[in-house]
Ligand binder design. Sequence first.
Ligand SMILES: Cc1cc2nc3c(=O)[nH]c(=O)nc-3n(C[C@H](O)[C@H](O)[C@H](O)COP(=O)(O)OP(=O)(O)OC[C@H]3O[C@@H](n4cnc5c(N)ncnc54)[C@H](O)[C@@H]3O)c2cc1C
Length: 502
Amino acid sequence: MSFDYLIIGNSISGLTTAYRLAQLATHAKIGIVGPAARTGSATMAAGAMLGLFGEVTAENYADHYDRAYFELAYHAQSMWPDFIDEINSQVDPEDSVQIHPDGTFILFNTQDTHDYHAILSTLQEYKEPYEVVAPEDIPGLAPEQSACTSAGIYIPRERSVNPIAVLQALEHVLKKNPAVTQINDTAVQLCTTQPDHMAMAGVRLSNGDLLHAGQVILAAGVGSQDLMDTLPGLAGRIPYLMSGDGVSFSLDQQALGSAQIQHVMRTPNRAGAYSLHVVPGVKNHRFLYLGAGNIMQWKPQSGTSVGNTACIMRNSLREISKHLGNARLLRLNRGNRPTTVDGYPLFGACTCIAGLWLLTGTGRDGFQRSPLLSWHMARKLTGTTTSSAAEQTTRAIFEAFSPERPPVQTCSQAQAIAQLQHDIDRARQHKADGILTAELQTCLPDRLYAEISRVYAQLDTNLALPSMTLLPILCRRWPIDSLKSYLDAAKHCHPVRSAAAA
Ligand SMILES: Cc1cc2nc3c(=O)[nH]c(=O)nc-3n(C[C@H](O)[C@H](O)[C@H](O)COP(=O)(O)OP(=O)(O)OC[C@H]3O[C@@H](n4cnc5c(N)ncnc54)[C@H](O)[C@@H]3O)c2cc1C
């Protein structure tokens, strides 16, 4: 089989891109490859909060790149209502998707003061409607005495959807389009033109079939890294894609009676992208989503972390509602957040192999941005431009996240070390023990500093690395050699810019 465009990955990034591409390239043949079960897909485990202000932290809003990434979320937010209406107009009423009509309560305790001020000032800067709410006025909030919320903010436009309903509706729409073929299989190899290897030729499937395509879009989440590894020439050119091992739970909250939770409630993001959040069902009010931890792994792992699972359960009962203990656990959801070693996404074309594109690395909030990211990708793929001011702004931002780059640098190595110490401190304060080893939970500051310095010395790098990337090494979750090999390869591929980071 041959296609004009072949998309690898069948979750939110892959399906939204196929959908927009089919609108812009009406005569093109589009293939989507991905296993129907979508095991390990981040989308399938997501709370699908459509929030952005609740994602702001005192640390992550400080630099140019974080601001740029936030801007994408800001533009994406206003696209959701029209996007959902558009899809609903093409599916049967029983398959339609609803956005939850209510907004999000953000819960702060005394250790979250800096994040509270960061969120508040961002809301004001963007003139986003919000309300400061007393904890006793937050419906459904019932923390234990020792973990009381000290302040709350209600953001009416931070809504949520059911991600599985969105995927199913998109699948229905795409199925009706004769130009689109959905292939229930896994890609195992990227194939380039022979003998020069300068351009994409197609993709090999696990059943041995070769699909021919000159334009291949990797939207396979963490699976994208294994596919890139099949082209040795890419090593070090693109920031390595790790797996943010996430876990969430589907609950039946009927037994909570009048204590049932009807609104999204969430804490700010804490060390290791860990935040507690509950998301009630839109169509089924008995349903409650509870999430979500994040344990970084170099490669996706089977199963899930017991510590992480216990930590979310215990802390949500402490901080959100002690009545949650009466809920029934229906399902444990596992998803791998595609997260790069520099913490920033990968959008756009690879320059070293013509026809290879990436749309991944969206970490903990790629679902919310998907309506915007898919438009951008479809326009880039088809060479379509518009003159809208919003598009001009976002186009410049997308360029900053082009895949072939050395790790993005937003601070000095000394600042990165201080940040990591601070994050470990916060994880301890918030009892996020699932993300720390027993040793790190008690390690004294001098010892911790020495340990982090030793890791940097072993890595032999002058780069500053995000806490998310170094913490798992301190926790001995993966050997240092894997990160060192990537950094050595990146130094080789991007010598000038890596040196400039010194
Ligand atoms: C617990 C959790 C909670 C989250 N909460 C939110 C939230 O509230 N809001 C938000 O915006 N984001 C959230 N996220 C992040 C969000 O889910 C991701 O950023 C986004 O869904 C990534 O989508 P994706 O399609 O790029 O990747 P994925 O959803 O991971 O999908 C990748 C797809 O590619 C397929 N695939 C993999 N390898 C191959 C291969 N070799 N060949 C073919 N197909 C392959 C997989 O089967 C899968 O279907 C959360 C993530 C997790 C884990």
